[in-house]
Design a protein around this ligand. Structure first.
Ligand code: SAH
Length: 358
C-alpha cells in the first residue's frame, strides 16, 4: 500500500487531471489510509477513546446490553456486534460484565482496518469479522455497539455562495518553494441548491451544511437488522442532537489538533455526529428510538460512581487514577456533555436504561 506521501501525490495528480475532488472523497480516502496501516489508539498513538481510559466504560456498556437482553426474555442464541472495535478493549470489558449477568453472545466485528483486525484477533480468536454490516445475516437478535465509529466516516459539505449553494471541494494551493503541497477547500462549480432543504436556500454566503451519507447508510442497515432479527443498538460519539450549521471537520495527530488539509492519511479526520438525523433515519427505517442522553448522565444512571467506589476500595493505590478516569468520562467539561449515547431497538424490545426520550 502506498504511504501518505503516495496519497498526497495521488490526490495532486487527480486534481491536476480532473479538477478539485469532493471533501467526501478526500476525507474517505485519507481515513481509509490512516486506519489501514496503524493502531492509532492510546497514549503513544494519536488519540484516546473512552474504553481506553477505563474498564468502567466497557462495563457499563456490557451491563446496559445484558439488562435489555434480560428484560427481552433472554433470547438465545444472541449476537454481539461491534462497529469499529479498535483494540477490542470495549468488547473485552463489556463481555466480561455481560457474562456475569448470564449473557454469552457470539461475537461479530465490523472492521475495515487490517492492522486493527490483527489486534482484535489476538484478543478474540473466535470472533467473526465483516467488512460492513451486509456480512451480518438476519437471524439471531443482535446487541450492537459503536463507540467513536461514526465520527470517522466521511462528511459531505455544501457551502452557500453569492451564486447559490455549491459542494465543498478540495483543490491544491500554490505552496512556497520547499513547503510541499497544500490542499485547500474551495466551492465547486456545480449548482447544488436542490440538495439543500427549502428553508436553508437563502442562507448567508459562507453558511456550511454538513451531512454524513455513510452514517445514514449504516444506521439504515442497523435499523433493518433490528427489524428482521430483533435486538438493540447503542451509538456513542461526540456530536449534537439539534440541527446545526458549520463545518465540524477536524484532524488530530499525536493528541493535538492539526490542519486537516495537510498530509492526508497521517492524521485522524473526524466530524461531529448528527444524532438528530441518525434518529430520523432509524425511525424512518422502522427501528424504535429508545432515546438520547449525554454520556455523563447515562454513565451516572447506570451506576458508574458506585463502580468507581468499588474499584477504588479494592485497590487503594489506584484510587486517584480511578477517580481521574471517572471525571474524564462524566464531567461536563470533559467527555460528559459533548459525547452522546443513543439507543435503538427492534419493535418488541423493551426500553433502554438511562436514555431520555424527549
Ligand atoms: N471503538 C474503538 C475504536 C474507535 S476508532 C474505541 O472506542 O476505542 C474508529 C474505529 O472504526 C477503528 O477500529 C477503525 O478502524 C474503524 N473504522 C473507521 N472507518 C471504518 C469503516 N468505514 N468501516 C469499518 N470500520 C471503520
Amino acid at each position: 500500500m502506498p504511504d501518505a506521501e503516495g496519497l498526497t501525490q495521488s490526490f495532486r495528480r487527480l486534481i491536476a487531471a480532473h479538477g478539485p475532488i469532493s471533501l467526501l472523497q478526500y476525507m474517505g480516502e485519507a481515513n481509509a489510509r490512516y486506519y489501514a496501516s496503524r493502531d492509532p489508539l492510546g497514549s503513544a498513538g494519536d488519540f484516546v477513546t473512552a474504553p481506553e481510559i477505563s474498564q468502567m466504560f466497557g462495563e457499563m456498556v456490557g451491563l446496559w446490553l445484558a439488562d435489555i437482553w434480560i428484560r427481552a426474555g433472554r433470547p438465545e442464541p444472541v449476537r454481539y456486534v461491534e462497529l469499529g472495535p479498535g483494540r477490542g478493549t470495549l468488547a473485552r470489558d463489556a463481555l466480561r460484565a455481560a457474562q456475569k449477568a448470564g449473557l454469552k453472545p457470539e461475537v461479530h466485528f465490523v472492521e475495515a482496518s487490517p492492522a486493527l483486525r490483527a489486534v482484535q484477533q489476538a484478543a478474540f480468536p473466535d470472533a467473526q469479522w465483516h467488512d460492513d454490516l451486509s456480512g451480518v445475516m438476519p437471524g439471531a437478535p443482535i446487541l450492537l455497539i459503536a463507540n467513536e465509529f461514526f465520527d470517522a466516516l466521511p462528511v459531505r459539505q455544501l457551502v452557500a455562495t453569492d451564486e447559490g449553494w455549491r459542494e465543498r471541494m478540495v483543490a491544491t494551493a500554490e505552496a512556497p518553494e520547499g513547503e510541499g503541497v497544500r490542499f485547500i477547500p474551495v466551492a465547486g462549480q456545480k449548482p447544488m441548491d436542490s440538495a439543500v432543504p427549502e428553508p436553508m436556500r437563502g442562507a448567508a454566503a459562507g453558511t456550511i451544511l454538513e451531512t454524513c451519507p455513510g452514517a445514514a447508510a449504516v444506521v439504515q442497515d442497523v435499523a433493518h437488522l433490528l427489524g428482521e432479527s430483533g435486538g438493540a443498538a447503542l451509538f456513542i460519539d461526540y456530536g449534537y442532537d439539534r440541527p446545526q450549521t458549520g463545518s465540524t471537520l477536524q484532524a488530530v495527530c499525536a493528541h493535538r489538533k492539526t490542519d486537516p488539509f495537510v498530509d492526508p492519511g497521517e492524521a485522524d479526520l473526524t466530524a461531529l455526529v448528527d444524532f438528530a438525523t441518525m434518529r430520523a433515519v432509524a425511525q424512518e427505517a422502522g427501528a424504535r428510538w429508545l432515546g438520547t442522553a449525554t454520556q455523563g448522565d447515562w454513565l451516572n444512571v447506570l451506576g458508574i460512581q458506585q463502580r468507581a467506589a468499588v474499584l477504588a476500595n479494592a485497590a487503594p493505590h489506584k484510587a486517584e487514577e480511578v477517580h481521574a478516569a471517572l471525571r474524564r468520562l462524566t464531567d461536563v467539561e470533559e467527555m460528559g456533555r459533548l459525547f452522546k449515547v443513543m439507543g435503538l431497538a427492534g419493535r418488541d424490545w423493551p426500553d433502554g436504561a438511562g436514555l431520555i426520550v424527549s
